[in-house]
Design a protein around this ligand. Structure first.
Ligand code: DP6
Length: 331
């Protein structure tokens, strides 16, 4: 029996990943850039044993159904096939989120799973190898290997597609990401299905792809120069463009609810009044607001006048993956 435990934090993309060129290997159509955050993380323990008749996956102490377990098993098979491991595993995952409103993250979950599995199998992977492995579980997980800013390089094959940290002289510690929780109860299109439908059918997809290199360069320059306005502008632009592609998909869809739009418009209004803040959204109705940490209290006070306090979650830059234990009970 051997087991390993890892903790990984979620990340939010400032320049979005949207679309795959290889679904099996999870190779993206474009590079993306993210900020890892401290407010949401996953801890996962993976234990392999000859005694287990099948994989068993517990999330927040609840045994998961076949569908959820199959996703985990498929990921484990990548390593089992490569390292000739015949054993099944028990996987115990705990999501640490400040509120229950749909904030569980595949980025932190799959990064923690990659870290725990590689620790259980004593693989001693480098960060780059771990990022490649996490990518196989979920693309965005490749970026959660690193704290602060990270760029996922799309690459051309399994070897060359991984995330790298972006040097920033700790500027990320001067930023805040405010989550505005919007629970609209609507059935969501998963990011996996949504991006694939968009690649295959959206008349706007090529426009998105063509615009990414410029946005990425602007974001990296902004980080290098600690230029908050430039980073904020390109963050909001990347998000709006990504969400624009879904409107031209067939069938069309959107992750925005009326409440999401209300928040995004409020952010624009605040900016018009001279307050530097910018919005970004992912595959769901929640809105995240990027701002400078020194303005955090002021913005929270302003938001509380318009939105319920429980809708608000404050996050700052978070650390990279942590391997918590690596023990061989019976090697
Ligand atoms: C909108 O990483 O969840 O959050 O690779 O299919 O598991 P899969 O998708 P996932 O997609 C994230 C999409 C996004 C943008 C981003 O995080 O870059």
């Amino acid at each position: 029996m051997s087991s390993g435990t890892a903790r990984a934090y979620t990340n939010i993309a400032l320049i979005k990943y949207w679309g795959k060129k290889d679904q099996a290997l999870v190779l993206p159509m474009n590079n993306s850039l993210s900020l890892t955050l401290d407010a949401f993380y996953t801890e996962t323990t993976v234990t392999f044993s000859d005694d287990f008749p099948a994989d068993q996956f517990y999330l927040d102490e609840k045994l998961q159904d076949q569908k959820a377990t199959a996703k985990i098993s498929n990921f484990l098979d990548v390593l089992r096939d490569k390292h000739q491991v015949k054993q099944f595993a028990t996987i115990k995952s705990q999501n640490f989120v400040p509120t229950a409103a749909g904030l569980a993250s595949s980025a932190s979950g799959l990064a923690a799973l990659a870290g725990a599995t590689s620790a259980a199998l004593n693989l001693n992977l480098s960060s780059q190898e771990l990022s490649r492995l996490a990518r196989r579980g979920s693309g965005s997980a490749s970026r959660s290997i690193y704290g602060g800013f990270a760029e996922w390089l799309q690459g051309t094959d399994d070897q060359t597609s991984y995330a790298v940290p972006i040097a920033s002289d700790h500027w990320e510690n001067e930023l805040t990401m405010l989550f505005m929780i919007v629970d609209d109860q609507e059935k969501a299109v998963s990011s996996r299905d949504g991006m694939q439908r968009t690649v295959e059918t959206s008349a706007f997809y090529q426009g998105w792809l063509d615009s990414v290199p410029h946005d990425l360069a602007k974001a990296k320059k902004a980080i290098h120069e600690k230029d908050f306005t430039a980073l904020g502008e390109v963050t909001e632009a990347s998000s709006l463009k990504m969400h624009g592609t879904t409107l031209a998909a067939n069938p069309p869809f959107t992750y925005w609810s009326s409440e999401s739009l209300r928040i995004m418009q409020f952010v624009q209004q605040l900016r018009a009044e001279g307050f530097a803040c910018y919005s970004t959204m992912d595959a769901g109705p929640n809105v995240k607001i990027l701002l400078e940490r020194k303005n955090e209290e002021q913005l929270i006070a302003t938001l509380k006048e318009k939105f319920p306090e429980k809708q608000l979650v404050v996050a700052h830059a978070g650390p990279g993956i942590e391997i918590l234990t690596k023990e061989d009970v019976n090697p």
